[in-house]
Design a protein around this ligand. Structure first.
Ligand SMILES: [Zn+2]
Length: 586
Protein backbone atom coordinates (compact mmCIF):
# COMPACT_ATOMS: atom_id res chain seq x y z
CA UNK A 1 0.00 0.00 0.00
CA UNK A 2 1.28 3.48 -0.85
CA UNK A 3 1.64 5.62 2.25
CA UNK A 4 0.39 9.23 2.12
CA UNK A 5 3.95 10.50 2.69
CA UNK A 6 5.25 8.43 -0.23
CA UNK A 7 2.33 9.56 -2.42
CA UNK A 8 3.14 13.23 -1.76
CA UNK A 9 6.75 12.52 -2.66
CA UNK A 10 5.68 10.89 -5.94
CA UNK A 11 3.43 13.80 -6.85
CA UNK A 12 6.21 16.32 -6.08
CA UNK A 13 8.67 14.21 -8.07
CA UNK A 14 6.30 14.06 -11.06
CA UNK A 15 5.71 17.80 -10.94
CA UNK A 16 9.45 18.39 -10.72
CA UNK A 17 10.28 16.07 -13.62
CA UNK A 18 7.77 18.05 -15.71
CA UNK A 19 9.73 21.23 -15.01
CA UNK A 20 13.14 19.65 -15.54
CA UNK A 21 12.10 18.01 -18.87
CA UNK A 22 13.29 14.42 -18.42
CA UNK A 23 14.49 12.12 -21.16
CA UNK A 24 11.74 10.74 -23.37
CA UNK A 25 11.94 7.07 -24.28
CA UNK A 26 10.21 5.43 -27.28
CA UNK A 27 8.51 2.93 -27.23
CA UNK A 28 6.68 4.58 -24.36
CA UNK A 29 5.96 3.32 -20.86
CA UNK A 30 3.49 0.40 -20.76
CA UNK A 31 4.08 -0.37 -24.46
CA UNK A 32 3.22 -3.95 -25.38
CA UNK A 33 5.68 -5.32 -27.91
CA UNK A 34 5.35 -8.55 -29.85
CA UNK A 35 8.41 -10.76 -29.45
CA UNK A 36 10.36 -10.61 -32.72
CA UNK A 37 8.53 -7.58 -34.12
CA UNK A 38 10.72 -4.70 -35.25
CA UNK A 39 10.67 -1.29 -33.60
CA UNK A 40 12.88 1.77 -33.31
CA UNK A 41 14.30 2.58 -29.86
CA UNK A 42 14.71 6.32 -29.48
CA UNK A 43 15.67 8.37 -26.43
CA UNK A 44 15.53 12.14 -26.54
CA UNK A 45 17.85 13.80 -24.03
CA UNK A 46 16.99 17.44 -23.36
CA UNK A 47 19.79 20.01 -23.14
CA UNK A 48 21.93 18.30 -25.82
CA UNK A 49 24.37 16.33 -23.64
CA UNK A 50 27.35 14.88 -25.49
CA UNK A 51 27.36 11.21 -26.44
CA UNK A 52 29.91 10.26 -23.76
CA UNK A 53 27.49 11.44 -21.04
CA UNK A 54 24.58 9.17 -22.02
CA UNK A 55 23.69 5.74 -20.82
CA UNK A 56 20.74 3.64 -22.06
CA UNK A 57 20.13 0.23 -20.52
CA UNK A 58 17.66 -2.61 -20.97
CA UNK A 59 17.11 -4.61 -17.78
CA UNK A 60 20.36 -3.10 -16.48
CA UNK A 61 22.53 -4.01 -19.49
CA UNK A 62 23.75 -1.73 -22.22
CA UNK A 63 20.87 -1.39 -24.73
CA UNK A 64 22.99 -1.80 -27.83
CA UNK A 65 24.47 -4.99 -26.40
CA UNK A 66 21.03 -6.43 -25.57
CA UNK A 67 19.63 -5.53 -28.99
CA UNK A 68 22.80 -6.56 -30.82
CA UNK A 69 22.94 -3.31 -32.76
CA UNK A 70 25.14 -0.26 -32.57
CA UNK A 71 23.38 2.89 -31.35
CA UNK A 72 23.50 6.12 -33.32
CA UNK A 73 23.78 9.29 -31.26
CA UNK A 74 22.75 12.56 -32.89
CA UNK A 75 23.80 15.63 -30.94
CA UNK A 76 21.56 18.68 -31.50
CA UNK A 77 19.10 16.65 -33.56
CA UNK A 78 17.24 18.86 -36.06
CA UNK A 79 19.35 21.75 -34.71
CA UNK A 80 17.44 21.62 -31.42
CA UNK A 81 18.72 21.52 -27.83
CA UNK A 82 18.43 17.75 -27.58
CA UNK A 83 20.57 14.70 -28.18
CA UNK A 84 18.91 11.71 -29.81
CA UNK A 85 19.91 8.11 -29.15
CA UNK A 86 18.68 5.71 -31.82
CA UNK A 87 18.66 1.99 -32.40
CA UNK A 88 16.52 1.43 -35.48
CA UNK A 89 14.99 -1.93 -36.47
CA UNK A 90 15.49 -3.48 -33.06
CA UNK A 91 13.72 -6.59 -31.85
CA UNK A 92 13.46 -8.49 -28.59
CA UNK A 93 13.75 -12.25 -28.54
CA UNK A 94 12.27 -13.16 -25.16
CA UNK A 95 8.98 -12.37 -23.47
CA UNK A 96 8.40 -10.66 -20.16
CA UNK A 97 8.74 -7.22 -18.58
CA UNK A 98 11.56 -5.03 -19.88
CA UNK A 99 12.83 -1.97 -18.00
CA UNK A 100 14.57 0.65 -20.11
CA UNK A 101 16.58 3.33 -18.32
CA UNK A 102 18.11 6.42 -19.86
CA UNK A 103 20.56 8.54 -17.86
CA UNK A 104 22.51 11.71 -18.48
CA UNK A 105 23.96 14.31 -16.13
CA UNK A 106 22.54 12.72 -12.98
CA UNK A 107 18.99 12.49 -14.33
CA UNK A 108 17.43 9.10 -15.08
CA UNK A 109 14.14 8.25 -16.78
CA UNK A 110 12.71 4.79 -17.14
CA UNK A 111 9.89 2.95 -18.89
CA UNK A 112 8.64 -0.61 -18.65
CA UNK A 113 7.58 -2.59 -21.70
CA UNK A 114 5.58 -5.80 -21.76
CA UNK A 115 7.12 -8.09 -24.39
CA UNK A 116 4.63 -10.79 -25.28
CA UNK A 117 4.84 -14.02 -27.21
CA UNK A 118 2.16 -16.10 -28.87
CA UNK A 119 1.26 -19.74 -28.27
CA UNK A 120 2.98 -22.28 -30.49
CA UNK A 121 1.11 -23.06 -33.66
CA UNK A 122 -1.30 -21.09 -35.73
CA UNK A 123 -4.99 -20.91 -34.89
CA UNK A 124 -6.09 -19.22 -38.12
CA UNK A 125 -4.91 -19.55 -41.69
CA UNK A 126 -6.44 -16.22 -42.70
CA UNK A 127 -7.50 -13.03 -40.94
CA UNK A 128 -10.06 -10.54 -42.23
CA UNK A 129 -10.18 -7.24 -40.30
CA UNK A 130 -13.21 -5.17 -41.25
CA UNK A 131 -13.14 -1.58 -39.97
CA UNK A 132 -16.30 0.52 -39.98
CA UNK A 133 -14.80 4.00 -39.82
CA UNK A 134 -16.65 6.06 -37.22
CA UNK A 135 -19.24 3.28 -36.88
CA UNK A 136 -21.16 4.06 -33.69
CA UNK A 137 -23.88 2.14 -31.88
CA UNK A 138 -26.60 4.36 -33.38
CA UNK A 139 -25.41 3.71 -36.97
CA UNK A 140 -25.61 0.03 -36.25
CA UNK A 141 -29.08 0.29 -34.71
CA UNK A 142 -30.38 2.42 -37.61
CA UNK A 143 -28.92 0.00 -40.17
CA UNK A 144 -30.74 -2.86 -38.44
CA UNK A 145 -34.02 -0.89 -38.37
CA UNK A 146 -33.83 0.01 -42.06
CA UNK A 147 -32.49 -3.25 -43.47
CA UNK A 148 -34.24 -5.79 -41.24
CA UNK A 149 -37.34 -3.90 -40.07
CA UNK A 150 -38.77 -3.65 -36.56
CA UNK A 151 -42.26 -3.99 -35.14
CA UNK A 152 -43.63 -4.31 -31.62
CA UNK A 153 -40.12 -3.70 -30.38
CA UNK A 154 -38.62 -6.73 -32.10
CA UNK A 155 -36.35 -6.80 -35.12
CA UNK A 156 -37.17 -9.03 -38.06
CA UNK A 157 -33.57 -10.12 -38.50
CA UNK A 158 -29.97 -9.70 -37.39
CA UNK A 159 -27.12 -7.84 -38.99
CA UNK A 160 -24.23 -10.03 -40.11
CA UNK A 161 -22.00 -8.10 -37.68
CA UNK A 162 -24.42 -8.80 -34.82
CA UNK A 163 -24.52 -12.56 -35.16
CA UNK A 164 -20.91 -13.41 -34.37
CA UNK A 165 -19.59 -15.57 -31.56
CA UNK A 166 -17.59 -12.98 -29.59
CA UNK A 167 -18.01 -9.36 -28.62
CA UNK A 168 -15.88 -6.82 -26.80
CA UNK A 169 -16.02 -3.16 -25.91
CA UNK A 170 -13.00 -1.32 -27.36
CA UNK A 171 -11.49 1.88 -25.95
CA UNK A 172 -9.90 4.12 -28.56
CA UNK A 173 -7.94 6.97 -26.93
CA UNK A 174 -4.43 7.84 -28.16
CA UNK A 175 -1.14 8.98 -26.59
CA UNK A 176 -1.98 12.66 -26.93
CA UNK A 177 -5.74 12.84 -26.42
CA UNK A 178 -8.86 11.08 -25.20
CA UNK A 179 -10.29 11.55 -28.72
CA UNK A 180 -8.58 9.65 -31.51
CA UNK A 181 -8.54 10.14 -35.25
CA UNK A 182 -8.46 7.31 -37.77
CA UNK A 183 -4.67 7.42 -38.16
CA UNK A 184 -3.64 6.64 -34.62
CA UNK A 185 -6.61 4.35 -34.18
CA UNK A 186 -5.67 2.09 -37.13
CA UNK A 187 -2.07 2.28 -35.89
CA UNK A 188 -3.23 0.61 -32.66
CA UNK A 189 -5.00 -2.18 -34.58
CA UNK A 190 -2.16 -2.63 -37.07
CA UNK A 191 0.85 -2.40 -34.72
CA UNK A 192 -0.28 -2.80 -31.12
CA UNK A 193 1.19 0.61 -30.28
CA UNK A 194 -0.74 3.73 -29.27
CA UNK A 195 0.11 6.86 -31.21
CA UNK A 196 -1.14 10.42 -31.62
CA UNK A 197 -3.58 12.26 -33.90
CA UNK A 198 -2.49 12.24 -37.59
CA UNK A 199 0.30 9.65 -37.06
CA UNK A 200 0.57 6.30 -38.88
CA UNK A 201 2.95 3.56 -37.73
CA UNK A 202 5.19 5.89 -35.70
CA UNK A 203 5.46 7.41 -32.25
CA UNK A 204 5.15 11.18 -32.17
CA UNK A 205 8.66 12.21 -31.18
CA UNK A 206 10.26 15.64 -31.67
CA UNK A 207 11.56 14.99 -35.18
CA UNK A 208 10.92 17.64 -37.80
CA UNK A 209 10.72 15.27 -40.77
CA UNK A 210 7.45 13.32 -40.91
CA UNK A 211 9.17 10.08 -41.92
CA UNK A 212 11.93 10.21 -39.27
CA UNK A 213 9.83 9.48 -36.17
CA UNK A 214 10.39 6.17 -34.32
CA UNK A 215 8.62 3.37 -36.20
CA UNK A 216 7.20 -0.03 -35.36
CA UNK A 217 6.35 -2.89 -37.66
CA UNK A 218 2.77 -3.34 -38.90
CA UNK A 219 0.82 -6.59 -38.86
CA UNK A 220 0.98 -6.61 -42.69
CA UNK A 221 4.77 -6.27 -42.69
CA UNK A 222 5.02 -9.00 -40.04
CA UNK A 223 2.62 -11.34 -41.82
CA UNK A 224 4.55 -11.01 -45.07
CA UNK A 225 8.02 -11.22 -43.49
CA UNK A 226 7.39 -14.04 -41.04
CA UNK A 227 4.67 -16.16 -42.66
CA UNK A 228 4.61 -15.24 -46.34
CA UNK A 229 0.93 -14.34 -46.15
CA UNK A 230 -0.74 -12.49 -48.99
CA UNK A 231 -1.92 -9.03 -47.90
CA UNK A 232 -5.00 -7.24 -49.18
CA UNK A 233 -6.24 -3.71 -48.52
CA UNK A 234 -9.75 -2.74 -49.59
CA UNK A 235 -11.51 0.56 -48.94
CA UNK A 236 -14.16 2.85 -50.39
CA UNK A 237 -12.10 5.93 -49.52
CA UNK A 238 -8.93 7.16 -51.12
CA UNK A 239 -6.46 4.32 -50.66
CA UNK A 240 -4.06 6.86 -49.06
CA UNK A 241 -6.61 7.79 -46.39
CA UNK A 242 -5.67 6.96 -42.80
CA UNK A 243 -7.36 3.61 -42.20
CA UNK A 244 -6.22 1.69 -45.30
CA UNK A 245 -2.72 3.20 -44.99
CA UNK A 246 -2.37 1.80 -41.47
CA UNK A 247 -1.00 -1.48 -42.86
CA UNK A 248 1.78 0.14 -44.92
CA UNK A 249 2.58 3.64 -43.67
CA UNK A 250 5.13 5.09 -41.27
CA UNK A 251 4.67 8.84 -41.14
CA UNK A 252 3.79 11.54 -38.63
CA UNK A 253 1.46 13.12 -41.22
CA UNK A 254 -1.44 11.15 -42.65
CA UNK A 255 -1.95 13.94 -45.19
CA UNK A 256 1.34 13.12 -47.00
CA UNK A 257 -0.49 11.19 -49.72
CA UNK A 258 2.35 11.08 -52.22
CA UNK A 259 4.68 9.52 -49.63
CA UNK A 260 2.00 7.04 -48.63
CA UNK A 261 1.60 5.78 -52.23
CA UNK A 262 5.36 5.17 -52.23
CA UNK A 263 4.94 3.18 -48.99
CA UNK A 264 2.24 1.04 -50.64
CA UNK A 265 4.67 0.37 -53.44
CA UNK A 266 7.45 -0.52 -51.00
CA UNK A 267 5.34 -3.09 -49.11
CA UNK A 268 3.63 -4.41 -52.27
CA UNK A 269 0.35 -5.67 -50.80
CA UNK A 270 -1.01 -8.30 -53.17
CA UNK A 271 -4.41 -6.64 -53.50
CA UNK A 272 -5.05 -2.88 -53.26
CA UNK A 273 -8.59 -1.67 -54.07
CA UNK A 274 -10.04 1.78 -53.42
CA UNK A 275 -10.14 5.39 -54.60
CA UNK A 276 -7.43 8.04 -54.78
CA UNK A 277 -6.20 7.45 -58.36
CA UNK A 278 -5.05 11.05 -58.70
CA UNK A 279 -2.19 10.53 -56.22
CA UNK A 280 -0.84 7.64 -58.31
CA UNK A 281 -0.52 9.75 -61.45
CA UNK A 282 1.88 12.61 -62.20
CA UNK A 283 0.44 16.13 -62.41
CA UNK A 284 -0.78 16.83 -65.91
CA UNK A 285 -1.69 13.20 -66.71
CA UNK A 286 -5.33 12.09 -66.34
CA UNK A 287 -6.09 14.56 -63.52
CA UNK A 288 -2.96 13.35 -61.69
CA UNK A 289 -1.68 15.30 -58.67
CA UNK A 290 1.82 13.94 -58.01
CA UNK A 291 4.48 16.62 -57.92
CA UNK A 292 7.35 14.13 -58.13
CA UNK A 293 6.49 13.20 -61.71
CA UNK A 294 6.16 9.49 -60.87
CA UNK A 295 3.47 7.29 -62.42
CA UNK A 296 2.73 4.71 -59.75
CA UNK A 297 0.04 2.93 -61.75
CA UNK A 298 2.75 2.21 -64.31
CA UNK A 299 5.18 1.19 -61.55
CA UNK A 300 2.69 -1.27 -60.06
CA UNK A 301 1.97 -2.67 -63.53
CA UNK A 302 5.71 -3.06 -64.13
CA UNK A 303 5.81 -4.88 -60.78
CA UNK A 304 3.40 -7.52 -62.06
CA UNK A 305 0.10 -6.02 -60.93
CA UNK A 306 -3.06 -6.16 -63.02
CA UNK A 307 -4.70 -2.71 -62.97
CA UNK A 308 -8.45 -2.11 -63.11
CA UNK A 309 -10.55 1.03 -62.78
CA UNK A 310 -14.17 -0.14 -63.07
CA UNK A 311 -16.37 -2.62 -61.21
CA UNK A 312 -16.83 -4.62 -64.42
CA UNK A 313 -13.12 -5.07 -65.11
CA UNK A 314 -12.52 -5.77 -61.40
CA UNK A 315 -14.82 -8.79 -61.51
CA UNK A 316 -13.37 -10.05 -64.81
CA UNK A 317 -9.72 -9.70 -63.84
CA UNK A 318 -10.13 -11.11 -60.31
CA UNK A 319 -11.81 -14.21 -61.78
CA UNK A 320 -8.77 -15.04 -63.94
CA UNK A 321 -6.77 -17.77 -62.18
CA UNK A 322 -3.47 -16.10 -63.12
CA UNK A 323 -4.33 -12.87 -61.26
CA UNK A 324 -2.33 -12.86 -58.03
CA UNK A 325 -1.51 -9.15 -57.71
CA UNK A 326 -4.23 -6.60 -58.27
CA UNK A 327 -4.42 -2.80 -58.10
CA UNK A 328 -7.87 -1.25 -58.53
CA UNK A 329 -8.48 2.51 -58.36
CA UNK A 330 -12.08 3.43 -59.08
CA UNK A 331 -12.28 7.16 -58.38
CA UNK A 332 -9.92 10.14 -58.28
CA UNK A 333 -10.98 10.69 -54.66
CA UNK A 334 -13.43 8.67 -52.51
CA UNK A 335 -15.75 6.06 -54.01
CA UNK A 336 -19.37 7.24 -53.77
CA UNK A 337 -21.51 5.84 -50.98
CA UNK A 338 -24.33 3.32 -51.39
CA UNK A 339 -27.17 5.87 -51.31
CA UNK A 340 -25.64 7.87 -54.18
CA UNK A 341 -24.44 4.92 -56.28
CA UNK A 342 -27.59 2.85 -55.96
CA UNK A 343 -30.42 5.36 -55.68
CA UNK A 344 -29.82 9.11 -55.90
CA UNK A 345 -27.03 9.17 -58.53
CA UNK A 346 -25.43 12.21 -56.84
CA UNK A 347 -21.83 12.79 -55.70
CA UNK A 348 -19.43 11.82 -58.51
CA UNK A 349 -21.58 9.00 -59.90
CA UNK A 350 -22.03 10.70 -63.29
CA UNK A 351 -18.26 11.01 -63.67
CA UNK A 352 -17.49 7.49 -62.36
CA UNK A 353 -20.56 5.43 -63.33
CA UNK A 354 -19.01 1.97 -62.79
CA UNK A 355 -17.59 2.05 -59.25
CA UNK A 356 -17.64 -1.22 -57.28
CA UNK A 357 -19.74 -1.72 -54.19
CA UNK A 358 -17.62 -2.65 -51.15
CA UNK A 359 -19.01 -6.18 -51.43
CA UNK A 360 -17.72 -6.44 -55.03
CA UNK A 361 -14.26 -5.39 -53.88
CA UNK A 362 -14.24 -7.81 -50.94
CA UNK A 363 -15.33 -10.70 -53.19
CA UNK A 364 -12.61 -9.85 -55.72
CA UNK A 365 -9.97 -9.52 -53.01
CA UNK A 366 -10.90 -12.87 -51.44
CA UNK A 367 -10.77 -14.53 -54.85
CA UNK A 368 -7.25 -13.26 -55.55
CA UNK A 369 -5.83 -13.59 -52.01
CA UNK A 370 -7.04 -17.17 -51.56
CA UNK A 371 -4.65 -18.18 -54.38
CA UNK A 372 -1.75 -17.79 -51.92
CA UNK A 373 -0.90 -21.17 -50.36
CA UNK A 374 0.26 -19.61 -47.08
CA UNK A 375 -3.01 -17.82 -46.30
CA UNK A 376 -3.80 -14.11 -46.23
CA UNK A 377 -4.45 -11.02 -44.16
CA UNK A 378 -7.17 -8.69 -45.48
CA UNK A 379 -8.08 -5.21 -44.23
CA UNK A 380 -11.47 -3.90 -45.35
CA UNK A 381 -12.62 -0.39 -44.55
CA UNK A 382 -16.02 1.27 -44.99
CA UNK A 383 -14.68 4.78 -44.67
CA UNK A 384 -17.60 6.97 -45.58
CA UNK A 385 -19.66 6.07 -42.52
CA UNK A 386 -17.24 8.46 -40.85
CA UNK A 387 -17.12 11.05 -43.62
CA UNK A 388 -20.92 11.30 -43.90
CA UNK A 389 -21.11 11.59 -40.11
CA UNK A 390 -18.68 14.53 -40.24
CA UNK A 391 -21.06 16.20 -42.69
CA UNK A 392 -24.05 15.40 -40.41
CA UNK A 393 -25.58 13.33 -43.24
CA UNK A 394 -26.86 10.37 -41.31
CA UNK A 395 -28.86 8.74 -44.12
CA UNK A 396 -25.72 8.36 -46.22
CA UNK A 397 -23.78 7.09 -43.18
CA UNK A 398 -26.46 4.48 -42.42
CA UNK A 399 -26.72 3.27 -46.03
CA UNK A 400 -22.96 2.74 -45.93
CA UNK A 401 -23.37 0.88 -42.63
CA UNK A 402 -25.76 -1.47 -44.44
CA UNK A 403 -23.15 -1.82 -47.21
CA UNK A 404 -20.46 -2.52 -44.58
CA UNK A 405 -22.66 -5.19 -43.05
CA UNK A 406 -23.09 -6.79 -46.48
CA UNK A 407 -19.30 -6.86 -46.76
CA UNK A 408 -19.18 -8.55 -43.33
CA UNK A 409 -21.63 -11.14 -44.69
CA UNK A 410 -19.33 -11.81 -47.67
CA UNK A 411 -16.37 -12.30 -45.30
CA UNK A 412 -18.40 -14.63 -43.08
CA UNK A 413 -19.56 -16.69 -46.06
CA UNK A 414 -15.94 -17.10 -47.12
CA UNK A 415 -14.89 -18.03 -43.58
CA UNK A 416 -17.72 -20.56 -43.22
CA UNK A 417 -16.32 -22.62 -46.11
CA UNK A 418 -13.37 -24.00 -44.16
CA UNK A 419 -13.51 -22.53 -40.64
CA UNK A 420 -9.88 -21.40 -40.76
CA UNK A 421 -10.45 -17.64 -40.99
CA UNK A 422 -10.63 -15.17 -38.11
CA UNK A 423 -13.12 -12.41 -38.94
CA UNK A 424 -12.98 -9.24 -36.82
CA UNK A 425 -15.49 -6.42 -37.24
CA UNK A 426 -14.62 -3.21 -35.44
CA UNK A 427 -15.14 0.56 -35.63
CA UNK A 428 -12.03 2.72 -35.23
CA UNK A 429 -13.74 5.40 -33.15
CA UNK A 430 -17.21 6.74 -32.47
CA UNK A 431 -19.20 9.78 -33.55
CA UNK A 432 -21.55 11.43 -31.04
CA UNK A 433 -24.77 10.27 -32.70
CA UNK A 434 -28.09 8.96 -31.36
CA UNK A 435 -31.57 7.95 -32.49
CA UNK A 436 -34.08 9.91 -30.39
CA UNK A 437 -37.39 9.24 -32.16
CA UNK A 438 -38.93 10.02 -35.53
CA UNK A 439 -39.79 13.04 -37.66
CA UNK A 440 -43.43 12.82 -38.73
CA UNK A 441 -44.36 15.22 -41.55
CA UNK A 442 -48.06 14.98 -40.70
CA UNK A 443 -47.52 16.60 -37.32
CA UNK A 444 -46.58 20.10 -38.48
CA UNK A 445 -44.21 22.23 -40.54
CA UNK A 446 -41.53 23.22 -38.02
CA UNK A 447 -38.77 20.78 -37.15
CA UNK A 448 -39.72 20.67 -33.47
CA UNK A 449 -43.39 20.08 -34.29
CA UNK A 450 -42.44 17.17 -36.52
CA UNK A 451 -40.06 15.59 -33.96
CA UNK A 452 -41.83 12.78 -32.10
CA UNK A 453 -40.38 11.15 -28.98
CA UNK A 454 -41.30 8.17 -26.78
CA UNK A 455 -44.81 6.83 -27.55
CA UNK A 456 -45.54 9.39 -30.24
CA UNK A 457 -42.38 8.41 -32.15
CA UNK A 458 -43.81 4.98 -33.00
CA UNK A 459 -41.89 3.34 -35.84
CA UNK A 460 -40.54 4.82 -39.10
CA UNK A 461 -42.29 3.86 -42.33
CA UNK A 462 -39.43 3.20 -44.74
CA UNK A 463 -40.43 0.81 -47.53
CA UNK A 464 -39.34 -2.83 -47.31
CA UNK A 465 -35.67 -3.23 -48.20
CA UNK A 466 -34.51 -4.49 -51.58
CA UNK A 467 -32.50 -7.71 -51.94
CA UNK A 468 -29.32 -5.98 -50.75
CA UNK A 469 -31.04 -4.67 -47.61
CA UNK A 470 -31.60 -1.04 -48.65
CA UNK A 471 -35.03 0.60 -48.46
CA UNK A 472 -35.47 2.07 -51.97
CA UNK A 473 -36.51 5.47 -50.53
CA UNK A 474 -35.31 7.63 -47.64
CA UNK A 475 -37.74 10.54 -48.12
CA UNK A 476 -40.68 8.88 -46.40
CA UNK A 477 -43.32 10.50 -44.22
CA UNK A 478 -42.08 9.18 -40.87
CA UNK A 479 -38.29 9.03 -40.73
CA UNK A 480 -35.75 8.29 -38.06
CA UNK A 481 -34.69 11.29 -36.00
CA UNK A 482 -30.98 10.66 -35.74
CA UNK A 483 -29.15 13.56 -34.15
CA UNK A 484 -25.55 14.62 -33.58
CA UNK A 485 -24.40 15.87 -30.18
CA UNK A 486 -21.59 18.03 -31.60
CA UNK A 487 -21.99 20.32 -34.60
CA UNK A 488 -21.10 23.66 -36.16
CA UNK A 489 -23.73 26.31 -36.88
CA UNK A 490 -26.10 24.81 -39.41
CA UNK A 491 -29.70 24.66 -40.55
CA UNK A 492 -31.36 21.33 -39.87
CA UNK A 493 -34.43 20.53 -41.94
CA UNK A 494 -34.80 17.05 -40.46
CA UNK A 495 -34.96 15.74 -44.03
CA UNK A 496 -32.61 13.64 -46.16
CA UNK A 497 -30.21 15.48 -48.49
CA UNK A 498 -31.51 14.22 -51.82
CA UNK A 499 -29.53 16.73 -53.87
CA UNK A 500 -26.12 15.55 -52.67
CA UNK A 501 -24.10 15.13 -49.47
CA UNK A 502 -24.88 17.66 -46.74
CA UNK A 503 -22.57 20.68 -46.55
CA UNK A 504 -23.48 22.07 -43.14
CA UNK A 505 -21.40 25.27 -43.25
CA UNK A 506 -19.78 27.79 -45.52
CA UNK A 507 -16.78 29.82 -44.42
CA UNK A 508 -17.42 33.52 -44.08
CA UNK A 509 -15.89 36.59 -42.51
CA UNK A 510 -18.02 39.25 -40.86
CA UNK A 511 -18.98 40.65 -44.24
CA UNK A 512 -20.24 37.26 -45.34
CA UNK A 513 -17.45 36.71 -47.84
CA UNK A 514 -15.78 33.34 -48.18
CA UNK A 515 -12.28 33.26 -46.73
CA UNK A 516 -9.62 30.73 -45.70
CA UNK A 517 -9.52 27.70 -43.39
CA UNK A 518 -9.41 29.68 -40.15
CA UNK A 519 -12.47 31.72 -40.98
CA UNK A 520 -15.62 31.55 -38.90
CA UNK A 521 -17.99 28.98 -40.34
CA UNK A 522 -21.63 29.89 -40.80
CA UNK A 523 -24.68 27.80 -41.65
CA UNK A 524 -25.03 26.92 -45.35
CA UNK A 525 -27.94 29.13 -46.48
CA UNK A 526 -29.10 26.34 -48.83
CA UNK A 527 -30.78 24.49 -45.99
CA UNK A 528 -32.16 27.49 -44.06
CA UNK A 529 -35.62 27.09 -45.59
CA UNK A 530 -38.98 27.45 -43.81
CA UNK A 531 -39.50 24.51 -41.41
CA UNK A 532 -35.78 24.03 -40.78
CA UNK A 533 -34.26 24.79 -37.37
CA UNK A 534 -31.28 27.12 -37.28
CA UNK A 535 -28.89 25.54 -34.79
CA UNK A 536 -26.20 27.50 -33.02
CA UNK A 537 -23.11 25.30 -33.10
CA UNK A 538 -21.63 23.90 -29.91
CA UNK A 539 -18.19 23.37 -31.53
CA UNK A 540 -15.54 26.08 -31.96
CA UNK A 541 -16.64 28.77 -34.41
CA UNK A 542 -14.15 27.67 -37.08
CA UNK A 543 -15.46 24.07 -37.10
CA UNK A 544 -16.71 22.95 -40.53
CA UNK A 545 -18.09 19.57 -39.57
CA UNK A 546 -18.97 17.19 -36.77
CA UNK A 547 -16.22 15.61 -34.67
CA UNK A 548 -15.27 12.20 -33.28
CA UNK A 549 -16.24 11.05 -29.79
CA UNK A 550 -14.15 9.25 -27.16
CA UNK A 551 -16.99 6.76 -26.54
CA UNK A 552 -16.00 3.10 -26.57
CA UNK A 553 -16.95 1.09 -29.66
CA UNK A 554 -18.25 -2.44 -30.18
CA UNK A 555 -16.16 -5.23 -31.71
CA UNK A 556 -17.56 -8.57 -32.87
CA UNK A 557 -15.56 -11.55 -34.09
CA UNK A 558 -15.97 -15.07 -35.38
CA UNK A 559 -13.69 -17.97 -36.21
CA UNK A 560 -10.45 -19.41 -34.78
CA UNK A 561 -8.93 -16.92 -32.32
CA UNK A 562 -12.16 -14.96 -31.82
CA UNK A 563 -12.35 -16.26 -28.25
CA UNK A 564 -9.72 -13.64 -27.35
CA UNK A 565 -12.41 -10.97 -27.48
CA UNK A 566 -14.59 -10.40 -24.44
CA UNK A 567 -15.13 -7.71 -21.83
CA UNK A 568 -13.47 -4.33 -22.38
CA UNK A 569 -10.20 -4.22 -24.26
CA UNK A 570 -7.86 -1.53 -25.43
CA UNK A 571 -7.60 -0.89 -29.19
CA UNK A 572 -3.99 -2.17 -29.14
CA UNK A 573 -5.37 -5.55 -28.05
CA UNK A 574 -6.79 -6.14 -31.57
CA UNK A 575 -3.20 -6.42 -32.84
CA UNK A 576 -2.37 -8.79 -30.02
CA UNK A 577 -5.33 -11.04 -30.83
CA UNK A 578 -4.40 -11.17 -34.53
CA UNK A 579 -0.76 -11.95 -33.65
CA UNK A 580 -2.00 -14.74 -31.38
CA UNK A 581 -4.29 -16.20 -34.04
CA UNK A 582 -1.44 -16.24 -36.57
CA UNK A 583 1.20 -17.43 -34.08
CA UNK A 584 3.32 -14.47 -35.19
CA UNK A 585 5.92 -14.58 -32.40
CA UNK A 586 7.31 -17.91 -33.51
ZN1 LIG B 1 -13.35 11.06 -38.99
Amino acid sequence: MTSPVRLVFVIVALAWSGVAAAQTIYPIDRAQILRGAKFDLKVEFPGAPTSGDLRVTINGEDASKVLGKKATVVEREDGAARTAYWIRDAELSSSGPVVVEASAGGSTASVTWDVFGTPDGRLARNVILLVGDGLSIAHRTAARMLSKGISQGKYHGELAMDSMSNMALVSTSGTDSIVTDSANSITAYATGHKSCVNALGVYCASNLANRQHPQFETIAELAKRKLGLAVGIVTDTEIQDATPSGFVAHTRARADYEDIVEMYFNLQPDVVLGGGAQFFRPAGVDRGKRRDGQDYIQKFQNGGYAFVDTATTLGDVAARPETRRLLGLFNDRNIDGALDRRFLKKGTVAKFPDQPDLTDSVRAALQVLSRNDQGFLLLVEAGRIDKYSHSLDWERAVYDTIMFDNAVAVAKEYAARSNDTLVIVVPDHAHPVSIIGTYDDRKGDELRERLQTYASAGFPNYPAPDEAGYPPRVDVERRLAMVFAAYPDHCDAGRPHLGGENVPVVAADAAGEKTGEKATAVASPTYCAPGAARKIGNLPITARSGVHAADDVLLTADGPGADAFRGRVDNTYVFRAIARALGLAK
